[in-house]
Design a protein around this ligand. Structure first.
Ligand code: IMP
Length: 453
């Protein structure tokens, strides 16, 4: 069976914890898109692990696969594997031969272009994600299969390094430096190729998964980022460069839609919104300097509430440490996500963060041009013109979440249950679990996608 986990909002919905909770019953955890831009925090046996590339299953005894839809920075890959080994784990990570490789010049260009774009900048993680997908689409990328074929690597790099040097010098007027030194890049990457082969990490991803599936393995597909960051369905141009929605699980693993769709597609919803990067955010509370359009510190409403949620929720980037923007739950965004992904269920996370507030609001619909709008408009500019129409729910108290987690869903405070039921009913899906804290033990499972299937 296959369970696909997708972020329903803007990333950072707590997918890592859910992948860990449900994935404990899986045999293989697969990432199908993105690269080391994903900040996954997994708490296991009281230890906290921060991963940006390696699938969350690496902290358990799972096989982990980076599918062909991923972009892989081998330096990060080995850093994360080595760090896990130093902590006594023995991660089994495989990389698809068709996945694309991130080079130092991709990071260089991510930084240069973000600066040049000014107000159009997406506030990227500067990990070279966009430039690597650009090279993939432009058919000048280097795949993992090319990386481990010395002649192909040399040939591809000799073209692409020259091309990037020209662009760096003639378009941006910068000295390309080491990131574009052909010999240095080649030597570094030949080293990675050798290690990938020594450790027998390279696989034909789709065929590998098909084989295991036929042998009865349970697979968990771990989406990174969120649906509103999807290159097609997100708030373009403030998006990442891959399909983070469930369709990406097909193209990015090598297993087709009927196979992926035969299992569950579970949307991970955070009980409020958080956002890294620039662009509009209709239900935003307060603001963050440099990210919230037109933000003037302490002049907006709800600064205190925003700080409370940010601090309670630890809303600071896993990868970058940046303060995230926060806002009330945006139901039109979730309706959009439910359609794009074909959710069969949801998990609602971070209910503990909202505990203690007198009331909790939700942007139930938008008002746009005087009309009621139940879902997101296709352009981000129009989204910025949307005025949320709020519904107000009674808050719920902070309770002993450990005991709620032990006793199960029915032990949740009434207000929290009402809130979760509202979300599930609006989306017409089942609630698989709720999250009431950071660790796996704080995931209150109502229906287990593998065990109760
Ligand atoms: P990139 O993926 O680094 O190109 O960044 C593109 C946009 O996606 C930026 O707004 C990032 O802040 C956002 N982004 C990328 N990865 C994540 C994530 O894991 N969580 C939240 N936002 C992300």
């Amino acid at each position: 069976m296959i369970v696909t986990i997708v972020g329903a909002q803007l990333g950072d919905e707590g997918k890592g914890g859910i992948v860990d909770a449900f994935g404990a019953a899986a045999d293989i955890v697969v990432r199908y898109q993105g690269g080391d831009n994903a900040g996954h925090t997994v708490v296991h046996d009281g230890e906290e692990y921060k991963l940006s590339l390696v699938p969350s299953g690496a902290v358990r005894d799972k096989i982990n696969v980076l599918g062909n839809g991923c972009v892989v920075n081998p330096a990060t890959l080995f850093d994360e594997i080595d760090a896990l080994r130093e902590r006594g784990l023995d991660p089994d990570v495989r990389v698809s031969e068709r996945a694309h490789v991130i080079f130092p010049y991709h990071r260089l260009f991510d930084g240069i272009e973000e600066e040049a774009k000014e107000s159009l900048a997406a506030g990227t993680t500067k990990r070279g994600i966009g430039p690597t997908y650009e090279d993939k689409a432009a058919r000048r990328g280097v795949r993992v299969g090319d990386l481990i074929a010395p002649e192909t690597l040399r040939e591809r790099l000799s073209y692409v390094v020259e091309q990037k040097r020209d662009i760096a010098a003639s378009v941006y007027g910068i000295d390309p430096g080491d990131a574009l030194d052909f010999d240095a890049v080649l030597a570094e990457y030949e080293g990675y190729a050798a290690r990938l082969q020594e450790e027998e990490m390279v696989v034909d991803g789709g065929a590998f998964l098909e084989r295991h599936l036929a042998d009865g393995a349970d697979l968990m597909f771990e989406g990174a980022q969120g649906t509103s960051l999807d290159i097609d369905h997100g708030i373009y141009p403030y998006v990442t460069s891959s399909n983070s929605s469930a369709g990406g699980a097909c193209t990015g693993t090598g297993l087709g839609p009927t196979i992926v769709g035969s299992g569950e597609v579970i949307g991970i919803v955070k009980g409020y919104l958080s956002r890294v990067g620039t662009g509009p955010l209709p239900t935003e509370l307060g603001g963050v300097e440099g990210h919230t359009p037109g933000y003037v510190e302490n002049e907006g409403e709800h600064e205190e509430l925003a700080s409370y949620i940010r601090d309670e929720g630890g809303e600071y980037g896993t990868v970058t440490g940046r303060a995230r923007r926060v806002g009330w739950l945006d139901m039109p965004m979730l309706r959009h996500a439910a359609r794009v992904n074909g959710f069969t269920g949801v998990v609602v996370n971070h209910l503990d963060v909202l505990a203690g507030l007198d009331e909790v609001k939700v942007g139930h619909t938008y008002e746009l041009d005087g009309a009621d709008q139940p879902t997101m408009p296709p352009t981000t500019e129009r989204w910025g013109e949307c005025e949320p129409v709020y519904r107000t729910f009674d808050g719920w108290p902070a309770v002993d979440w450990d005991s709620v987690a032990r006793e199960g869903y029915e032990a949740l405070p009434e207000g929290a249950k009402t809130y979760v039921s509202y979300i599930a009913e609006e989306l017409g899906v089942e609630v698989f679990a709720v999250g009431v804290g950071p660790s796996r033990d704080h995931t209150v499972i109502r229906k287990h996608p593998f065990e109760d299937a």
